[in-house]
Design a protein around this ligand. Structure first.
Ligand code: COA
Ligand code: AMP
Length: 640
């Protein structure tokens, strides 16, 4: 018997997954019993609603109640709900469930005073501070729809999201902290609001002691003063009942153009799926300490720093730091050991960074990791050498699992709570309940085992997955549902083996994955093309030992441009940082005489990538002029 109560070597997975597909309504109705409903759902799945049906129609619920109030009411008031650990500010702060509820009730009341009501949007542009969690839950409490924007995005990206979400209120902070650098949020916020057509009514700004910013009179309010006043007046907003199908949040993610997609998450489906996953997938029990080392700006942070562990009555760790350099490659082991985490979730890129600094795992042996049971990896393909290294060093199961912002939780993984299946390196294992994952050809016909194809999910998607894109049903259908009829297109390519294990090998679109961060090369090309000296450009992801991939831009300058190419390349690097943000890690711009193209004018990005990655490549039959590829090879010398 292992820590999850499973007999070693047995797994209930096959039976559970089969039942979820044979009787989805029965399966999810059972899972929904874990949620406290104000009114139970009238219909578990209603195929007639929404773009492909809706889960838990007629149900009335409040996500914040399920994350906080019910635990306080049922004996967890004094249990630590949130541990904030910040090596960047040298501090650790802890909040019990009762304390976190008090903070959330007060902020929710403050937001109501600003006129925020059910259905209104609130943007959070916040660093990794506890107030960000409080703000997300406060929105959920009053039925407002939060949209968290990652702090590494620049003003223009924030402006695009403001225009799409049209928030009544923006919550932000004076600064974020990166190693050796204070990130001043306020100028970015001001610039974004200046650029946006839709202006928020007000901004609530958290002044961090590391940097105090000026507040814009009449628009900006000091977070701490509002909090103090609300606490003194014992202001507490009650939970507002919302429909299960009402949106809990919008999270923007890269699409194939510069315009990000607003992924909508509903309250009911999200509650049921994410709560189900905490034990059945992650093997974590209520009361245990769980750490997800992502950022609240990403979907992983939403589901597993904030909602999942709190819905489950676990203790969640929020970490403001890096895997290396804060202060060393032992940072993760220090946090796991100090806070007694039983499971940890991060991206493979973090392990590559640790392995580079501490190849023999000396730091690992300096800490007591006796309670630590499982490591979970996601966000990008977990390359087998990294997984093998982590297994050998940590001596716990290392579980790769695959998901997307759109799904909100795991599509394929290895269910620890149901009993682990054998690990196959390079595969995130098997589809989770509710997901029928097929690999298909161009005609949407399933292909045989070990044959590469497009990975698709049979409709309907399980609870938790996006019902649509914010205000864009047509774009949702066009982008996800139209190419393979009856399926959701994941835009990932790969195969399934004879045991049904899924292998996810890469994207079929222009999305690249940089240090676990999802970015659109098309969006970057739009920025490069906006430079006055650039005639033509192509951006693609090239291999990077730590980040997996980094973007590399190729520029063709306009005829007659006399300036040194090096100077223009520097401007281009600065432009991407300014327009998209530092998170793009765009540091490589290379000027070439021309780009390789097919006779019909399509840029041969795949071939350029193979040349840059030093992989073998074949001359495309349709190439316009084969000599261009030699020129690309020359230009790349010494640059990648
Ligand atoms: N606010 C402002 N800037 C930010 C930021 C934030 N929230 N997050 C990152 N940045 C900046 C960094 O400072 C860096 O800027 P620089 O070009 O001036 O150095 C740039 O964006 C790239 O950041 P990052 O991707 O974090 O790279 P890094 O070189 O600082 O660190 C790793 C590399 C591998 C250690 C780091 O990427 C990492 O920990 N990745 C894990 C990612 C993860 O957990 N993803 C979640 C998916 S599950
Ligand atoms: P995001 O929406 O940022 O979570 O990125 C989703 C994309 O990241 C997926 O479509 C995949 O391309 C990639 N991805 C995430 N997790 C994995 C994984 N475990 N294995 C392979 N690719 C992954």
């Amino acid at each position: 018997m292992n820590a999850q109560g499973n007999v070693e070597g047995t797994s209930r997975y096959h039976e559970v997954h089969a039942r979820s597909l044979a009787d989805p309504e029965g399966f999810w109705a059972e899972a929904a019993k874990e949620i406290d409903w104000i009114e139970p759902p009238k219909k578990i799945f209603d195929a007639a609603q929404g773009t492909y049906g809706r889960w838990f129609g007629g149900g009335v619920v409040n996500t914040c109640y399920n994350a906080l109030d019910r635990h306080v009411e049922h004996g967890r008031a004094d249990q630590v709900a949130l541990i904030h650990d910040s090596p960047l500010t040298n501090s650790v702060a802890k909040f019990t469930y009762a304390e976190l509820l008090g903070e959330v009730q007060a902020l929710a009341a403050i937001m109501q005073d600003f006129g925020v009501a059910k259905g209104d949007r609130v943007i959070l542009y916040m660093p990794m501070v506890p107030e960000a969690v409080v703000a997300m839950l406060a929105c959920a409490r009053i039925g407002a729809v939060h949209s968290v924007v990652f702090g590494g995005f620049a003003a223009k990206e924030l402006a695009t999201r403001i225009d799409d979400a049209q928030p009544k209120l923006i919550l932000s902070a004076s600064c974020g902290i990166e190693p050796g650098r204070i990130v001043h949020y306020k100028p970015l916020l001001d610039e974004a609001i200046r650029l946006a057509g839709s202006k928020p009514k007000a901004c609530i700004v958290l002044q961090r002691p590391q940097h105090i910013c000026d507040l814009t009179p009449g628009r900006d309010y000091d977070w701490a003063s509002l909090r103090r006043k609300a606490m003194n007046e014992s202001k507490k907003a009650p939970c507002v009942p919302v429909a299960a199908t009402d949106p809990l949040y919008i999270l923007y993610t890269s699409g194939t153009t510069g315009i990000p997609k607003g992924v909508v998450r509903d309250n009911g489906g999200h509650l049921v799926a994410v709560k189900w996953s905490m034990f059945n997938l992650y093997g974590v029990k209520p009361g245990e300490v769980w750490w997800c080392g992502s950022d609240i700006g990403w979907v992983v942070g939403h589901s597993y720093i904030v909602y999942g562990p709190l819905l489950h009555g676990a203790t969640t760790v929020m970490y403001e730091g890096k895997p290396v350099g804060t202060p060393d490659a032992g940072a993760f082991w220090r946090v796991i050991s100090e806070h007694k985490a039983v499971a940890f979730f991060t991206a493979p890129t973090a392990f590559r960074a640790i392995r580079k600094d501490d190849p023999e795992g000396k730091f690992i042996r300096q800490y007591d990791l006796s309670r630590f049971r499982t490591l979970f990896l996601a966000g990008e393909r977990a390359d087998p050498p990294t997984v093998e290294w982590a297994e050998a060093q940590l001596k716990v199961p290392v579980i790769d699992h695959w998901w997307q912002t759109e799904t909100g939780w795991c599509i394929a993984g290895n269910p620890v709570g149901l009993g682990m299946l054998p690990v196959k390196h390079g595969s995130p294992t098997v589809p989770m309940p509710g997901y029928q994952v097929d690999v298909v050809d161009e005609a949407a016909k399933p292909v045989g085992p070990n044959t590469m194809g497009s990975i698709v999910i049979k409709l309907p998607m399980p609870p938790g997955c996006l019902p649509t894109l914010w205000n864009q049903d047509a774009r949702f259908k066009e982008a996800y549902l139209s190419e393979f009829l009856g399926y959701y297109k994941t835009s990932d390519a790969g195969y399934k083996d004879e045991d049904g294990y899924v292998f996810v090998m890469g994207r079929t679109d222009d999305i690249i994955n940089v240090a676990g961060h999802r970015l659109s090369t098309g969006g970057m090309e739009e920025i490069l093309a906006s430079h006055p000296d650039v005639a033509e450009c192509a951006v693609l992801g090239v291999k990077d030992a730590i980040k997996g991939e980094v973007p590399c831009g190729f520029l063709v300058l306009k005829a007659g441009v006399k300036r040194a190419p090096g100077e223009i390349e520097k401007e281009i690097v600065a432009l991407v940082r300014d327009k998209l943000g530092p998170v793009a890690a765009f540091k490589l711009a290379i000027t070439v005489g021309r780009l390789p193209k097919t006779r019909s004018g399509k840029i041969l990005r795949g071939t350029i990538k193979k040349i840059a990655d030093g992989e073998s490549w074949t001359m495309p039959a349709t190439i316009e002029d084969p000599k261009v590829l030699d020129e690309i090879g020359e230009a790349l010398k010494g640059r990648v």
